[in-house]
Design a protein around this ligand. Structure first.
Ligand code: FAD
Length: 631
C-alpha cells in the first residue's frame, strides 16, 4: 500500500460551514480532540453565501413573536411533514444560538433602540431574521472561525500547541467513511486536493456537515462543493436518507446572462418591498394564493402595501408566500407566455424604495447585478426565475443528538433531513446550522464518553478506499465533465420543479446508464491539483443522490412543498403520514425507497394549532387524536 498520511482524533467534523464549525466548537468545548475537514478553503463554505439572515423568535421588532409562533410557521412551511421534535428544538433554541454568536463577536444590524434587528421573510409571521445587511452568512462564518481561533489560542496557552484540540484540514475531500467489523464508525478516508496525497483519519465519531446537492442540476444557486458528498457517504456507510424528493427551487435566481444563470437573488428584496410583475406589468402573485393560506395573505395591492408600515392591521403581501408557492407561480407565468425577455419575470424594487435605501439595505444585490448583468437595480427591475437552491432531504437523525442509525455517525445542517419537512422557510437554515451543529458536537462527545473501546478500521477497508480513489487515474476513460453535464440536464428537465411519472421513469433509466458510464470515466494527468480527477470521484455521489431523489419523487403520488407532480396536483393527508426513506448497498447499488410512518405530534404541540387549519393537512384518524388531546 502506498504512503498514506495518518491522523487520530476523537471527533472528525466533515465540513466547515455553519453546521460544521458549530459542531467542532461544541466537541472541543466538551474536551474532545477535533478535526475539521473541508474540501474548499477554510472560510469558503456555502454558508458564506447566505444573504437574508438567521430566523430566531427573539421578538426584537415585534414582541408578539415567540417560539410557538416560529414553530407553527416552520410546520406550515414544511406542510406538516417536518420532524416536529426538530422543529420544536429549533424554534426554542435559535434565539440563544444567535445571542451566543453575538457574544462571540458577530456584528448584527441594530434596531433604533439598539437590539439585534430582524427582517421580514417569506412564511414568517413576524420580522424574524437577524441579519447583517445581505451578508449574514459571511458574518456568521467570520464569527465562528474567530471562535475556533480563540479556542486554539487557549489551547496554545495550556498545551503549547495551537492544534492540540482543533486542527483544520483545508482542501481535503473525504471519499469514504470507515467502519469496524461490528459496523461502528472507525475513521474517514480521503485525499488532499492540492497534492493528491491520501489521508486516513482514525476516529470513533464523524459529524457530517457537508451541505447540499445542487450541482446535480444545471440551474442552481449552489457552488462547486455541493455534490451531495455527505448524503452519499452516509448512504454508503449504511445510514438512511429521508425526504429526498423535496428539493427547494428558490423563486428568484438570476436568469441573465447565461454564464450566471441560477445565482441567487435574495428573498430580502421581496421582504424589503420588492414586487413581482409579469410582461403585462401585472403583480401576478395575487392570483396564486393557495386555499390553505387564503386568510393570511392580502388580496389587494393596497392592503399588501399597507402591511409594510402596519403589520398588525393588514395581511402579508403574496410575494412573501413560502418559496415553493412563489416558484411555481413564476413557472406558470413564464409557461403562459407572460415572462420577461430572458425567460423569467420582473422583480422590481426600483419603483418601491429610494435608490439610497436600496444601496444601503441590499448592497450585495446592487453590486451583483451591476457587475454580472450591467443592471442598476435602483433604476430598473431585475429578471428572475426559479433555481435549484436547497435540499430538504438528508440523513435521518435523532432530533436531540443528531445521531444517524450507524453508531458513531452524526449529521447536521443541510446534509441532515427532517427539520424542514417538504419545504424550508428562508432564514431557517442558518439557525438550523447553529442549533443542530451544537447538538451534533454534543452528541458526538457523549457517544465517545460511552464507548468501552475505540473501533478500529480493518486494513482491507482502507485498501478498498484507496483503490477506489486512485481508479480514475489508472484508466484513460471518458471525460467526466460530459457525464456530469448530462446528469445535470437530466435532473433539471425530468426531475425539476414540475414532475411527471413518465419523465421520472425516463430520468431513472438515464441515471442508470450514466452510472454505467461513470464506472469508465478517467482523468489524464497526475494527482497534483487535478479537477478532472476530483470530478470523477464526485460523480459517484451525485449519481447516487440523484437516483434517491428520482426514486422518492416517483414514489410520492401527491404534490407537497418542494415536490410538485403534474399527474398528482393535490396534497393528500394520507401521504403526509408517510415518509420515504432511502437506503443502498455499500457499493452504491440497490438503491431502495421504503415508506415509514410519520410519528404523531406530541399533544402539547399539536394543540398549538387551530382545528380548522389542521383538518386541511391531517387524516380523520389524526384529527380524532387531536380531539382527544384538546379534551
Ligand atoms: P456549508 O456551509 O455548505 O458547508 C459545507 C462544507 O462541507 C464546506 O466546508 C465544504 O467544503 C465541505 N465538504 C463538502 N463535501 C466534502 C467532502 N467530501 N469532504 C470534505 N469536506 C466537504 N439560509 C438561510 O437560513 N438564510 C439565508 O439568508 C440563506 N441565503 C442563502 C444564499 C445562497 C446564495 C445560498 C446558496 C444558500 C442560502 N441559504 C440561506 C442556505 C444556507 O446558506 C445553507 O443551507 C447553509 O449555509 C448550509 O450550511 P452547512 O453548514 O450545512 O454547509
Amino acid at each position: 500500500m502506498m504512503d498514506i498520511e495518518r491522523h487520530e482524533f476523537d471527533v472528525v467534523v466533515i465540513g466547515a460551514g455553519g453546521a460544521g464549525l458549530r459542531a467542532a466548537i461544541e466537541a472541543r468545548q466538551q474536551g474532545k480532540k477535533t478535526a475539521i475537514v473541508c474540501k474548499s478553503l477554510f472560510g469558503k463554505a456555502h454558508t458564506v453565501m447566505a444573504e437574508g439572515g438567521a430566523a430566531a423568535a427573539m421578538g426584537n421588532v415585534n414582541p408578539a413573536d415567540n417560539w410557538q409562533v416560529h414553530f407553527r410557521d416552520t410546520m406550515r412551511g414544511g406542510k406538516f411533514l417536518n420532524n416536529w421534535r426538530m422543529a420544536e428544538l429549533h424554534a426554542k433554541e435559535a434565539p440563544d444560538r444567535v445571542w451566543e454568536l453575538e457574544a462571540w463577536g458577530a456584528l448584527f444590524d441594530r434596531t433604533k433602540d439598539g437590539k439585534i434587528s430582524q427582517r421580514n421573510f417569506g412564511g414568517h409571521e413576524y420580522p424574524r431574521l437577524a441579519h447583517v445587511g445581505d451578508r449574514t452568512g459571511l458574518e456568521m462564518i467570520r464569527t465562528l472561525q474567530q471562535r475556533v481561533v480563540a479556542l486554539q489560542q487557549e489551547d496554545y496557552a495550556v498545551h503549547g500547541d495551537y492544534e492540540a484540540y482543533i486542527k483544520v484540514f483545508a482542501e481535503c475531500t473525504i471519499t469514504r467513511l470507515l467502519k469496524d467489523d461490528e459496523g461502528a464508525i472507525a475513521g474517514a478516508f480521503g485525499y488532499r486536493r492540492e497534492t493528491g496525497r491520501l489521508l486516513r483519519i482514525d476516529t470513533p465519531a464523524v459529524v457530517l456537515a457537508t451541505g447540499g446537492i445542487g450541482k446535480s442540476y444545471v440551474v442552481t444557486s449552489n457552488s462547486w462543493e455541493y455534490t451531495g458528498d455527505g448524503h452519499a457517504l452516509a448512504l454508503l456507510a449504511g445510514a438512511k436518507l429521508i425526504n429526498m424528493e423535496f428539493i427547494q427551487f428558490h423563486p428568484t435566481g438570476m436568469v441573465w446572462p447565461p454564464s450566471v444563470r441560477g445565482i441567487l437573488v435574495t428573498e430580502s428584496v421581496r421582504g424589503d418591498g420588492g414586487v413581482l410583475r409579469n410582461s403585462e406589468g401585472k403583480r401576478f402573485m395575487f392570483d396564486y394564493i393557495p386555499e390553505v393560506f387564503k386568510d393570511k395573505y392580502a388580496t389587494t395591492e393596497e392592503e399588501a402595501d399597507r402591511w409594510y408600515t402596519d403589520q398588525a392591521g393588514n395581511r402579508r403581501p403574496p410575494e412573501l408566500l413560502p418559496r415553493d408557492e412563489v416558484a411555481r407561480a413564476i413557472n406558470s407565468e413564464v409557461k403562459a407566455g407572460r415572462g420577461s425577455p430572458q425567460g423569467g419575470v420582473f422583480l422590481d424594487v426600483s419603483s418601491r424604495l429610494p435608490a439610497e435605501e436600496i444601496r444601503r439595505r441590499l448592497p450585495s444585490m446592487h453590486h451583483q447585478f451591476k457587475e454580472l448583468a450591467d443592471v442598476d437595480i435602483t433604476a430598473e427591475p431585475m429578471q428572475v426565475g426559479p433555481t435549484c437552491h436547497y435540499v430538504m432531504g438528508g440523513v435521518e437523525v435523532d432530533a436531540d443528538t443528531a445521531a444517524a442509525s450507524v453508531p458513531g455517525l452524526f449529521a447536521a445542517g443541510e446534509v441532515s433531513g427532517g427539520m424542514h419537512g417538504s419545504n424550508r422557510l428562508g432564514g431557517n437554515s442558518l439557525s438550523d446550522l447553529l442549533v443542530f451543529g451544537r447538538r451534533a458536537g454534543a452528541g458526538a462527545a457523549a457517544y465517545i464518553d460511552g464507548l468501552e473501546r475505540r473501533p478500529v478500521a480493518p486494513e482491507d477497508a482502507v485498501a478498498a478506499a484507496q483503490a477506489e480513489v486512485l481508479a480514475p487515474l489508472e484508466r484513460p476513460g471518458e471525460n467526466p465533465y460530459e457525464v456530469h453535464h448530462e446528469l445535470q440536464r437530466t435532473m433539471n428537465e425530468l426531475v425539476g420543479i414540475i414532475r411527471k411519472a413518465g419523465e421520472m421513469t425516463e430520468a431513472l433509466s438515464a441515471v442508470e446508464k450514466l452510472r454505467e458510464r461513470a464506472k469508465g470515466v478517467g482523468a489524464a494527468g497526475s494527482r497534483i491539483y487535478n479537477p478532472g480527477w476530483h470530478l470523477c470521484l464526485d460523480l459517484r455521489n451525485m449519481l447516487l443522490v440523484s437516483e434517491c431523489v428520482a426514486r422518492a419523487a416517483l414514489a410520492r403520488q401527491e404534490s407537497r412543498g418542494g415536490h410538485t407532480r403534474d399527474d398528482y396536483p393535490d396534497m393528500t393527508p394520507e401521504w403526509r403520514r408517510r415518509l420515504l426513506v432511502c437506503s443502498a448497498a455499500p457499493d452504491g447499488t440497490a438503491v431502495n425507497v421504503q415508506e415509514q410512518p410519520q410519528p404523531s405530534m406530541r399533544a402539547d404541540l399539536i394543540t398549538l394549532f387551530e382545528r380548522g387549519e389542521l383538518s386541511k393537512y391531517l387524516t380523520d384518524e389524526e384529527m380524532a387524536e387531536y380531539d382527544l388531546a384538546v379534551k
